[in-house]
Write a protein that binds this ligand. Sequence first.
Ligand SMILES: Nc1ncnc2c1ncn2[C@@H]1O[C@H](COP(=O)(O)OP(=O)(O)OP(=O)(O)O)[C@@H](O)[C@H]1O
Length: 647
Amino acid sequence: MALPDGHTADVVQLHKPDRAAAVVDTATDDTEEVLEGEIVPVAAAGPVDVRPDTLSEMTAAARMAGYRAMEIVKRPDVVAAAVLRHELRYGVPGALRCLGMFWQWVCARELDAQLATNPRLVLDVRQTRKKAAASTAATVAAGGAASWVLLSPLVPVAGLLLVLALTGAAERRYLASLRGGADTGRKALGTHPGSKAVRRAVADAKLGKADDIRVIGPITRVAGAWEAMVELPAGTTAKHAAKRRAELASSIGVDVVQLAVDPVKGHAGRIGLWVADTDPMQGDAVTSPLVNRRDPVDFWTGRVFAGRDARGRAVEFSLVERSYLIGGEPGGGKSVAANNVLAFAALDPYVELWLADGKGGFDLADWEPVAHRVLERPEHGLIMSMVADLQEEMARRYALLRKAGERKLTRDVAARLGLHPIVFHVDEIQKFSLGDGDAKQGKEFITGIADLVGRGRAAGMITGTITQRPAADVVPTRLRDILSIRWALRCTTPDASDTILGSGRAGQGYSAAVFDATQRGAGYVLAEGADPVQTRSAYLSDDEVAGIARRAYALREEAGTLPATADRPDVRLLTAVLDAMGRHPKGAHTAEMLPALTRRPEFGGWDAAKLAGALKPLGVTPRQVDLDGRNRNGYRRDDVTSALDRL
Ligand SMILES: Nc1ncnc2c1ncn2[C@@H]1O[C@H](COP(=O)(O)OP(=O)(O)OP(=O)(O)O)[C@@H](O)[C@H]1O
């Protein structure tokens, strides 16, 4: 898995053979040679788990064994207590279980079914077994008593302890089988594998014979993972190995998301294996640097922080001259991913946001106060008018650029000509691309969007599309192929993942279908490198999104770039009311939204009557609003948004 250019590497990279030697030089004696596959500490700065070399490890183990032996000699009582504990905990229940089974045998329980048809046989067998049991018990008792008297009481006691040890061992096996089946499965390579085990695992993944596979340099421990550089048999390529990532993960004994198979620059037959000890797509959520950012971002030089790759390195991309496609199954984390992009764009006060939501829901509601244009309803005619306006703007921009003798929009040209970037964000694109069943309308929309994507880049117009139905009819190949940033969140099938990342990607080992619902925000980002990067998106909670949107509003207010309509007092009032309503889709009770509204200096000290008086001329009146069974005086969200639409 190659890291796209420009990604920040927080951890040490795979060692090339020459670097490996250098690493060891710093960690061990100058003259000491590194064994093939030996695990050595990485001498670079950073979160490295230092492991002693094999020789000192063996010495330490021998010293520990000697120390333990001395302890046993010194404290036999401790050993005896441990043995006794084991005998009591497992030996006694095991012995009772064995006695129970013996009694079943004596009573010939397996013949119970024949009692009705052949009672004679059953009774005879029982009789014989009872006699055998009685004579065995008598022999054991006599033998025990004789050895007690004639030899030593230690003999029967030792015998009893031996029996308890055996029944204890049987009991442990039995309990283990109850827990996870008696068959514990193949042993995984673990966290500190040797080179032989690594070679065998690579061979088991059908990448050649173990003897023809080499582990180049040391196997290193790096921040919760091990790394090794492997040379494949002559003629086998790193590309081929990447395709067999799932098989490799299986032979190593880890989940496929724990394994990265990287090509090695300068040798097509070598791969870097990176194997995480635990699932890197789970655990604490990734934090976005935008959550606490106070300054505006710069669209031209800044990069969207998408999240972190499996090794914890930042995954970022620039939006300049780009377009994006985010897709995945419902609940896959698309809104969170999209919010990372929108937050970045919104925090540059000079970026114009054009928002269209095919769901017509509230997913984009937080960004609406800073948006230049918002689609009123998810209807073909309305979205096409938005597309047409953008095409017109594109034509205007190209005319201005031509006049200024510029080929494309850059930071300087944008400032000089007053042409600031536009981000056109279309959520749930399937609503428009399928044309609500009218193929002609769908085609018209796709043609318009493809035109914006294809020609808009150089004019500073970025188009982004989101879909929860990644399928060829929703995002046709001709559109997908020109969307340059592709972000595939959890998908149901490798085909769906390929619809986003590009055909054949799943076959190459990059499939968002490998993630499950517990790996929230996990996906593949194909942005700046040649290959997709397994990424966990930065998590933005609803409150964090609302907070960023508020900051974006303030930054735009300060820069004087708020959408023209937002500067009107009545628009400001309605957007403030919407903001104060919180997240309930129906609306809010007056008593609950007033504190949030009056926190804004503009509306400080307002009471319910003043609010009602100000909203009345805009066509919004208070009424009884039933919110989850609580019916009180308040405002309906629909009323406020309709008033905004009218304005
Ligand atoms: N990076 C992440 N880290 C932690 N949790 C996440 C992350 N991304 C998403 N989630 C969680 O997954 C859930 C679904 O996320 P989200 O709403 O973004 O999915 P979606 O694909 O937009 O869903 P839908 O298609 O239904 O709109 C959210 O409740 C969120 O808490």
